[in-house]
Design a protein around this ligand. Sequence first.
Ligand SMILES: Nc1ncnc2c1ncn2[C@@H]1O[C@H](COP(=O)(O)OP(=O)(O)OP(=O)(O)O)[C@@H](O)[C@H]1O
Length: 239
Amino acid sequence: MTKTGDPFDTAIDLRDLRFAWSGRRHFSLAVERFELRRGEAVFLQGESGGGKTTLLSLICGINRPDSGQVRVDGTDLGALRGGARDRLRAERIGVIFQMFNLLPYASPLDNILLPLHFAPERRARCGAPREAALHLTDTLGLPRDLIEHGTAADLSVGQQQRVAVARALIGQPPLIVADEPTSALDASAQAAFVDLLFDQVRAAGASLLMVSHDDRLSGHFDRAVRLEEIATVTRSEAA
Ligand SMILES: Nc1ncnc2c1ncn2[C@@H]1O[C@H](COP(=O)(O)OP(=O)(O)OP(=O)(O)O)[C@@H](O)[C@H]1O
């Protein structure tokens, strides 16, 4: 059994974290302690606008905390410069962004392969990246012709979401961070996604942090956490 408290046994370890968005509307988030153990799957819920996406952006090193520590897979993100943080994200974190962040004029296949260009270890794990990508998109029910020869801009929102899912899963990163990855999917695409996600997570022994408003999904996870339980949020508006 994995013991808690050892930063090297945790996939995510947050300590005394503080972050604020500045501007007319001030929003700040503080997390004293949060751990996600290696191999654990955690379902994160919370009210809309509560700060879940903000927290994920700090865990992925997209934004930097004002103070405190973010450790991913034992590495302190604060000790890394921007380029090294981006490489760590590409190697170790499969991120499914809420807005998908696909390159609109690239093919869906090239979008899926993109993180591998910055992540040699992840690329090596794939063996044959193109075949690995097509296996993922087949499993997610995406038509091959569109994936290979279309552009991301040709896709429906639900298809874009599935491409974003395949891009996060390719090369079996040890940590998957997903921000409402099923919001644009119909019931059958959602079921295929959840099956694929957990197959991949188990095969890779990966850890998973997923934000969703869909309570029905929580039963698949080791535990569910509400943001309010782990974070203190303050808001104010300039007069
Ligand atoms: N780039 C930004 N600049 C300034 N404020 C921001 C920015 N992104 C988010 N915020 C503010 O941070 C707060 C938390 O937003 P966030 O998107 O993290 O919440 P959320 O819990 O993910 O919401 P939802 O469930 O609706 O996606 C909001 O008040 C939002 O206006």
